[in-house]
Design a protein around this ligand. Sequence first.
Ligand SMILES: Nc1ncnc2c1ncn2[C@@H]1O[C@H](COP(=O)(O)OP(=O)(O)OP(=O)(O)O)[C@@H](O)[C@H]1O
Length: 389
Amino acid sequence: MAAVFRRFSNTNQKYPLLCTLTTNFTSLSTPINRKYIKAPFQVRGETTTPEVVAGFDEMAAGNKRKYYMLGGKGGVGKTSCAASLALKFANNGHPTIVVSTDPAHSLSDSFAQDLSGGRLVPVEGVESPLFALEINPDKAKEDFRNRIQKRGGSGVKDIMDGMGLGMLAGQLEQLKLEELLDTPPPGLDEALAVSKVMQFVDSQEYSKFSRIVLDTAPTGHTLRLLSLPDFLDGSIGKMMKLKKKLASATSAIKSVFGKEVPQQDTSTELEQLKERMAKVRDLFHNPDTTEFVVVTIPTVMAISESSRLHASLRKESVPVQRLIVNQVLPPSGSDCKFCAVRRKDQMRALNMIRNDPELGGLKLIQSPLIEMEIRGVPALKFMGDMVWR
Ligand SMILES: Nc1ncnc2c1ncn2[C@@H]1O[C@H](COP(=O)(O)OP(=O)(O)OP(=O)(O)O)[C@@H](O)[C@H]1O
């Protein structure tokens, strides 16, 4: 290994992976760029994976609203792919919103501008309407908790206690919504964040947006989000039943004592949450409106995780057609030893995808490793023109 690094230091190159590439984001049609965009990735003696185009025309066809969710292992390039896709949709005439529900947002970093604040923010430096929205799952949960508390969620128990209905109150204690929020079932944060997105995009004000691109949280969160709605449906269903029991008990007491019992109603919030959960579930499952795009990199670890992700998505009937393999080493006529070894390794990983029972059937889109960090609108446009063709 030391020899390899010595070799790099002798080449006068600051960065080993820069062997042959020169990228200039502001002049996108230089011959070198075109060359490596179109060339198939090949290694001597290795089986090559044919390049497949993403089918962007199909993704952009029609003005009916479509949702694209990009997900995968942490750090593989989900945000860069989501941001570049959103930009490309916008440049193709679709008013577009790009949303992040990842607790560790990087949309602002990716566009190199402040898009935080939990509201729609216009992306600067683009010619077409493109808006961004960063939803903070913790904040979404806190807002929900505040709304519940405003409606006096915990007060019901005190009233029932005061009226000698301790047993019923005990049951309520077990199912209190505040407790659900204190020790949330896995996935609740993400579900609340996605449901907040739905609230935004469903409103009349935003009806003109025909493409919604979601940069989701890393795999684990996505899987929990997918399994949540059924679980929550069950808990909320139970809570609502209990609320109904309480309502009839309080009205019976009222009629006996002829006194007014203050309304402490959290049912509306619960019903709304349940409705929104159902919408989130529908959104994830409707192949006419939604596609989940898996993003990975050509390493055994990332591919294994992507395979598990796809298995779960398939089990949940979430529509998936495309797999992006990001950061593939571009072809080079003069490989250094390090690049040659990495390239071989990547080629093996690409072949692993082809033979993987989960991933083999997906449309495989290769996105080259660019020697510069993808940051800012010109860089995202550059990446988008390579990946989304
Ligand atoms: N094809 C590429 N070539 C060069 N750099 C890339 C490429 N794709 C992504 N990057 C860089 O890799 C880093 C991680 O990318 P990105 O933030 O898009 O990943 P992510 O999967 O969204 O990460 P996280 O899981 O942390 O949200 C960024 O610095 C980005 O600029």
